[in-house]
Design a protein around this ligand. Structure first.
Ligand SMILES: Nc1nc2c(ncn2[C@@H]2O[C@H](COP(=O)(O)OP(=O)(O)OP(=O)(O)O)[C@@H](O)[C@H]2O)c(=O)[nH]1
Ligand SMILES: [Mg+2]
Length: 395
């Protein structure tokens, strides 16, 4: 089921941070668009004209730098898409956090306080998307809400519906890609990032969380969060974060931003800071309150109001910045060039070896790109084959 609403960003910025922060690919992909706001066609001609005038007499100037303006225009026209999935045990606040994201600075969408309206328990995988616009830049933000697991006596294989959904989206993309008469722009429903909710026990990860994240991290970018962080004291929160980081390392779970995909020293520096903060301790709410004359999203308690967008109270704003402001393009790049690529290579190799893909769609050309290498009509390059064997994209 797909709901579509339109919202306009009121404050904050979708792109303002990108020219300064974020990994190189993020800057490459979006940085150019951060250079200015929406301007009509005439602006481009004027800009090019002005550049030409300023370089008049400089016969060595070719105008390569104008590519940035061309890219910015193209990106503005196309807009951006981001698909985020929320996963975790039942009752941890996944649906609430999803609403928080939509009602927070990202959209400020009709956040009418309605205490009567309770978020029902999620019973099916459901995608809700909003069209957001800021400074002329359009973005379609889709959040895929999933039913919580852990309610069953036997929770074995409870990751399967999630895995299936992720793989189904890869498959839909693949089928569109290999279609002879394919669309100019393939609709992208692939899950770019999966927010995994860890219960705020303060102890350690449960075997179920370890197993779930271990499997998911091989097919999708995982960002773990400590749910309902308002139930932990600051010391408990810090200790729990440290414990979780150690356990993730000990269990070989590579969450986003993955160290092996840092492109250079600058990336490493920025991403190391994020890796030190992960998992983000978040608090969710879709209720608005008045605090010091300002409207805030928060949770009212007997001893005060927890402001979900206040970094002194919780780390929701850091999570939102990572997803949208600083790393959106990188998250999408890794989805396309690593996770989807693994799926694609394995599927196409499979179908080349056995029966074809869907009728009339059997490809003859198999190519895999990793680290700038391309191999045609053969197995995947450099250890990809080995990785593909290890990475079981359950279907
Ligand atoms: N203390 C606290 N309670 C929260 C927080 N977020 C949500 N809740 C409450 O937890 C309850 C469950 O929230 P949901 O958002 O429905 O949880 P869910 O993970 O979507 O649950 P399922 O749909 O069953 O998987 C609600 O009563 C929320 O108000 C939080 O950050 N802190
Ligand atoms: Mg729910």
């Amino acid at each position: 089921m797909q709901q579509l609403t339109t919202a306009r960003i009121e404050a904050g910025s979708l792109l303002s941070g990108l020219s300064l922060k974020g990994p190189r690919s993020a800057r490459r992909g979006l940085g150019a668009t951060a250079l200015g706001s929406a301007r009509p066609w005439s602006y481009l001609f004027r800009a090019v004209y002005q550049v030409s005038i300023s370089h008049a007499g400089d016969f060595s100037y070719v105008g390569i730098d104008a590519i940035l303006e061309q890219m910015r225009r193209k990106a503005m026209k196309q807009g951006f898409e981001l698909n985020i999935m929320v996963v975790g045990q039942s009752g941890l606040g996944k649906s609430t956090l999803m609403n928080t994201l939509f009602k927070s600075k990202v959209s400020r969408k009709s956040a009418q306080p309605n205490p009567e309206e309770k978020i029902p328990q999620t019973i099916e995988i459901k995608s809700i998307s909003h069209d957001i616009e800021e400074k002329g830049v359009r973005m379609k933000l889709a959040v895929i809400d999933t039913p919580g697991f852990g309610d069953q006596i036997n929770n074995e294989n409870c990751w399967q519906p999630i895995m299936k959904f992720i793989n189904d989206q890869y498959e839909a993309y693949l089928q569109e890609e290999i279609n002879i008469d394919r669309k100019k722009r393939i609709p992208d429903s692939r899950v770019h990032c999966c927010i995994y909710f860890i219960p705020p026990t303060g102890h350690c990860l449960r075997p179920l969380d370890v197993e779930f994240m271990r499997r998911l991290s091989k097919v999708v970018n995982i960002v773990p969060v400590i749910a309902k962080a308002d139930t932990l004291t600051l010391e408990e929160r810090d200790d729990f974060k440290q414990t979780i980081r150690e356990e993730l390392r000990a269990n070989g779970i590579d969450v986003y931003p993955q160290k092996e995909f840092d492109e250079d020293a600058e990336d490493r520096l920025i991403n190391d800071k994020i890796r030190e903060m992960i998992p983000f301790a978040v608090v969710g709410s879709d209720q608005e309150y008045q605090v010091n004359g300002k409207k805030i999203l928060g949770r009212k308690t007997k001893w005060g109001t927890i402001e979900v967008e206040n970094i002194a109270h919780c780390e929701f704003a850091y999570l939102r910045d990572l997803l949208i402001r600083t790393h959106m393009q990188n998250i999408k790049d890794i989805t396309g060039s690593i996770h989807y690529e693994m799926y694609r290579v394995r599927r196409l190799n499979e179908s080349n070896a056995g029966p074809g893909l869907a009728p009339g769609q059997a490809p003859t050309l198999v190519s895999a790109h990793t680290n700038g290498q391309t191999k045609v009509n053969g197995g995947p390059p450099n250890g990809m084959a080995a990785q593909c064997e290890v990475l079981t994209h359950e279907m």
